[in-house]
Design a binder for this molecule. Sequence first.
Ligand SMILES: [Zn+2]
Length: 310
Amino acid sequence: MPLTVPELAERYETRFANALLKLWDQRRKAINTGRLVAAVSLGADIEAERYLTKAEIPKPVGGEFDPDDLSGLYQDLIQEGANIGLQDWGFQYSFTLNNEAAIKWAESRAADLIMALDNEVRETVRSLIAQAQQGDFTVKQLARQIEAAGVGLTPAQQQSVLNFQRGLTSAIERDLSPKWVKDQWSLSPWSGGKLTSDRVTTLVEQYSGRLRKYRAKNIARTETMTAAMEGKRSLWEQAKQRGLLSEDQERQWMTAGDERTCPLCEPMDGAITDRGTYPNGSDGPPLHPSCRCDESLLFRAENNPRFVYG
Ligand SMILES: [Zn+2]
């Protein structure tokens, strides 16, 4: 059975998510929490800000994280997406995707993603510093919070990590029983009795690790779909340039057609466009994060290229 674009994307999802987790690990190590917190506690805002500039989240070095990992994954996806585009088309025709364009697309997509994630880290850490300065928590707690929630989480996820941490810390202060704590947050039981601040650190770390994984998977799902689809469309574009497909070749939107199809995509099932955009204004799937829609060329009997080219 030939692969579809959503199936191809799914095959790459774990590898892509792992590349993101590796990136975030590298970023977490790069933030000098000690120096940052020291600067904040001295009220040295400008200095603290300096630790958050680009220079402080350095380009990865020596084997730790290779940004080409992401770029390489994007390139593979484009290539394989192009193969699917060829197979959808139905020609037995050998094509090589214009590699220079594919590499350029992959590199700039990877660079944009890394930049967006790095900007997010800076925003998050800034907002944690601001909260500490407003007295929401002590400067001493700040380091732990940056480590737990500073990298790779959305603001909402970050907030839920902080709430969890606050809840556990206050359970220690109120001397609540381990059973109460476990039931309260549906935690798996631990041996060794009392809740200690070390245990809180571990529990918070586990929780934010889970959220980070979940987030990485969500980003990976969208990015792998986007790249695979990009490959498929690049192939079609190339075929147009070579005069093998007409400029107004129709394309058709295909939803996954199951109960998980979202209300945004459902009305698009079977929608047709010739050049440019679909009736909903989009260039084609993916339309939203985690979209599982696909697209194929639509050949009508009167202009079927199989017939024309025999
Ligand atoms: Zn969709």
